[in-house]
Ligand binder design. Structure first.
Ligand SMILES: Cc1cc2nc3c(=O)[nH]c(=O)nc-3n(C[C@H](O)[C@H](O)[C@H](O)COP(=O)(O)OP(=O)(O)OC[C@H]3O[C@@H](n4cnc5c(N)ncnc54)[C@H](O)[C@@H]3O)c2cc1C
Length: 474
């Protein structure tokens, strides 16, 4: 084998001698994949097709020992590294150009202990992997709404979904994490061990090390939940959305209602004449008793004259993947996101105007409904700062043809600008695209200083920099 050119942390190109690569191969339970070798393209391909990067070397890890070996080489040789789990992040930070990619996607084990209601999860597991195992015992922890998302990146950014108002954020259900730190040591982080690291991991993203195992608390839920969609014509949105805001703010913790506005997909339960027309969708999930749930969704059901209302008992695992067909991997994507404490009429108007000018049929606006149990955890209890009851708007711009890149990005940016005057200023780090590194301090607000201090202790040289990067304090 010839010398291998790899990108270094300082941006220069470093040459790895064949012996170094051979020694690394020899130490792994998993594999090294160089460009052209088996597994190389699978490891570097991620959900957002806008990101097409070519690492110099991939370590396809099968366990913590492989991660330790990969971090050791990166640290000793001062190589640029990226860490990939589910590969879902919009910013594409899971893959680097030219550097060393630590690929965790093969580490997918999920072990549920129904007696103690705990789950131990490896970083390559997707939400679907987790839910399938936990739902075998009618147990769950709050995760996101698209089942192909990785548990690891979602958790490290904070994590919220259909059950967050009832059971809080994903990080609020994290008991411990095994972490390979920048000095290539495996440590455990929990409330009792390395408590500062544990605090930072809960929202601080991939800034502090490589997590090789997560331990979660589980809650009884399912196997069926009252859930489904109510679809209205977009024309009714300016009348219905203010009423939705009131209902959402007064809703019990067990009820979560998200809004989706887009061109209607060809859903089998939707009359064909609506396919491709702009619609307002309320997506609701009740995390509790069915009869109680029927009562709780009444005010939502009483709004206007829907085209269809398909809220009924559904298997929780099915509901957790209900939006998968709209969010398949392989499209070109660009997102912009704002947090809102409230959605005043002017913000609603700006959103509706944007939905009337979608640049491609797959573009959409999602408005997540959070708060409840999440809002009752102190803002400084974890790195995630914005706990207030609020809405999270995401402009999902999505298209297939590279020639549409400019229009797709411009649409999301325009909606972002138009709604900025009404937004709270904070943002969920996991919804930030790659050109938003200047929003990181705002995203963490009053928690940023402590994060910078912990970064200084655990990763002073910023080895873990392919992320929404926190700069070490000096
Ligand atoms: C279609 C779609 C729907 C989504 N829906 C939701 C939702 O409902 N709720 C929600 O909370 N989020 C949601 N997200 C955002 C999601 O949480 C992030 O994209 C998250 O980063 C995905 O995790 P991953 O493991 O797939 O990330 P990857 O792309 O693999 O990694 C992203 C970054 O996380 C860090 N990282 C990943 N794994 C590790 C690890 N083991 N150790 C250390 N650092 C690591 C690295 O910095 C890496 O660059 C959604 C994303 C998409 C694309």
């Amino acid at each position: 084998m010839a010398d291998l050119a790899i990108r270094a942390l300082d941006g220069s190109t470093k040459v790895l001698a064949p012996d170094t690569v051979a020694a690394l191969r020899g130490r792994l339970r998993g594999a090294v994949a160089l460009p052209g070798e088996d597994g190389y393209d699978a490891a570097r391909s991620i959900w957002n097709a806008m990101i097409d990067r070519h690492p110099g070397l991939v370590v396809r890890c099968l366990g913590a020992a492989d991660v330790i070996n990969a971090v050791k080489v990166a640290r000793d040789e001062k190589l640029l590294i990226a860490v990939r789990s589910g590969g879902h992040n919009i910013a594409g930070s899971a893959v680097c150009d030219g550097g060393l990619l630590i690929d965790l996607s093969l580490m997918k084990s999920v072990r549920v202990d129904p007696a103690s209601r705990m789950a131990r999860v490896e970083p390559g597991a997707t939400l679907a992997d987790f839910d399938r195992e936990a739902q075998a015992f009618a147990l769950a922890t709050p995760l996101g709404i698209n089942s192909t998302t990785g548990v690891a990146g979602l958790t490290l950014g904070g994590g919220f979904g259909w059950t967050t108002r009832k059971f809080a954020l994903t990080i609020d259900n994290l008991i411990s994490a095994d972490v390979v730190t920048a000095d290539a040591k495996l440590v455990r982080a929990s409330e009792k061990e390395n408590a500062d690291l544990f605090w930072a991991l809960r929202g601080g993203g991939g800034n502090f090390g490589v997590v090789t195992s997560f331990e979660f608390k589980l809650h009884p839920l399912g196997p069926e939940v009252l859930s489904g969609l109510i679809v209205h014509p977009l024309e009714k949105a300016s009348e219905l959305l203010p009423k939705f805001c009131r209902i959402a703010k007064e809703a019990p913790d067990k009820l979560t209602i998200w809004v989706v506005m887009r061109k209607a997909p060809p859903l089998p339960f939707l009359p064909a004449e609506w396919h491709g027309k702009e619609v307002l969708i309320f997506a609701a999930c009740y995390s509790g008793d069915m009869k109680e749930g029927e009562k709780a969704v009444k005010p939502l059901r009483a709004l206007g004259a829907p085209i269809v209302d398909v809220i009924s008992p559904h298997p929780f695992t099915g509901w957790q993947s209900a939006f998968d067909p709209l969010l398949t991997p392989g499209a070109r994507n660009y997102w912009k996101s704002h947090d809102f404490n409230d959605l005043p009429d002017a913000a609603i108007k700006a959103i509706i105007d944007a939905v009337r000018t979608l640049p491609s049929p797959e573009c959409e606006v999602f408005i997540a409904h959070v708060g409840g149990a999440m809002a009752r955890v102190a803002a400084n209890a974890t790195a995630w700062p914005n706990r207030d009851a609020h809405f999270i708007m995401n402009a999902h711009s999505r298209w297939r043809d590279k020639a549409q890149d400019r229009a797709g990005v411009a649409w999301a940016r325009q909606l972002f600008e138009a709604t900025a005057p009404f937004a709270s200023g904070s943002v969920y780090v996991n919804f930030m695209p790659e050109d938003e590194n200047d929003r990181v301090a705002n995203a963490y607000g009053s928690n940023y200083r402590r994060l910078a201090e912990i970064k200084r202790r655990y990763d002073p040289d910023n080895l873990f920099r392919m992320n929404q990067n926190i700069r070490a304090s000096h």
